[in-house]
Design a protein around this ligand. Structure first.
Ligand code: AMP
Ligand code: MN
Ligand code: MN
Ligand code: MN
Length: 278
């Protein structure tokens, strides 16, 4: 049976394309019963999403995807079922918002040098009131015809080592987990297979994540192939982590998976939502 939980999604509050309310309505149509809105480094969409969730009968899990740095790599930790009024969490997220603003200016400067002037103002305009991300720069560069697709823009201009990439020191893993816990949330390692780590580096990451108080990891993320679900499940058993499942939905046309079409978790794992179901 398909999971009816989706513990990782984005809205216009960061780099998703739907308003929080629209996202919740689409999730309801897709048969999801519990939905986490987990925008990048912001909880600005949660109140609106929750209001619509109440009307549609969905349970909205307040969440945030926190940007961290580990061994010079950007690692994402989703805080699930957080109290968005936590002063500790919000102070941490403000730090990351400032880092994002400064990084976006620097990205704009580099892209200007590379022959794409005004990228900063264009990306900021696309972000609107939402958190600025590389996705907004990618959409702008796509719009002006620099490449044929968002992933091609990332590949040619925005990923590590490319002209628009700005190396960034995000939060420490331990700090991010402490903020999430201060907000009563469950710290969940996002999309473990997307970091392109070798098996031994992934075990090192999980060792540090667990030692810092991390409690869960995503086993199903987007269209994870079956062998990655199995290897993530093996790691969750080894490190005694709760299991999460999330689409990482951003937009209907670019998403890896449709909302609500996620494979089931292996039956022996403890789902992260058992934490708040009781
Ligand atoms: P940022 O946190 O600002 O560095 O942006 C990271 C976001 O960029 C991710 O959450 C994805 O939404 C998006 N992203 C990263 N790499 C790619 C890619 N190769 N293709 C499409 N989107 C990507
Ligand atoms: Mn994103
Ligand atoms: Mn992510
Ligand atoms: Mn995400």
């Amino acid at each position: 049976m398909n999971s009816r939980h989706d513990m990782h999604t984005h809205s216009l509050a960061s780099d998703g394309v739907y308003e929080p309310a629209e996202l919740v309505r689409h999730a309801a149509q897709a048969g999801i019963t519990e939905l986490a809105l987990s925008d990048h480094d912001t909880t600005a969409g949660i109140v609106e999403a929750d209001a619509t969730a109440c009307q549609t009968g969905i349970r909205l899990i307040p969440a945030v995807e926190v940007s961290t740095s580990w061994q010079s790599k950007a690692i994402h930790i989703v805080g699930l079922n957080i109290d968005i009024d936590s002063p500790v969490l919000q102070a941490g997220l403000r730090e990351l918002q400032n880092i994002r603003d400064a990084r976006a200016r620097e990205m704009g400067a580099r892209l200007t040098k590379h022959g794409f002037p005004d990228s900063y103002s264009a990306a900021m305009a696309l972000a609107g009131a939402g958190m600025i991300t590389r996705t907004h720069f990618a959409r702008h560069l796509c719009n002006i015809g620099v490449a044929g697709s968002i992933s091609e823009v990332f590949e040619r201009y925005l990923r590590q080592g490319k002209p628009g990439y700005v190396s960034t020191q995000w939060a420490e893993i331990g700090d991010a987990i402490a903020w999430i816990k201060a907000a009563g949330g469950v710290a969940t390692l996002a999309h473990p297979h997307r970091y392109k780590l070798t098996a031994s580096w992934l075990r090192r990451l999980l060792t540090d994540f667990k030692q810092a108080g991390g409690q869960a990891m995503e086993i199903v993320s987007g269209n994870t192939p079956p062998q990655d679900i199995q290897s993530a499940a093996t790691l969750a058993r080894k490190f005694e982590l709760l299991a999460s499942t999330g689409s990482d939905f951003h937009a209907p046309e670019h998403t890896w998976v449709k909302l609500g079409r996620l494979p089931a978790l292996p039956a022996d794992l403890v789902p992260v939502w058992s934490c708040w179901r009781a």
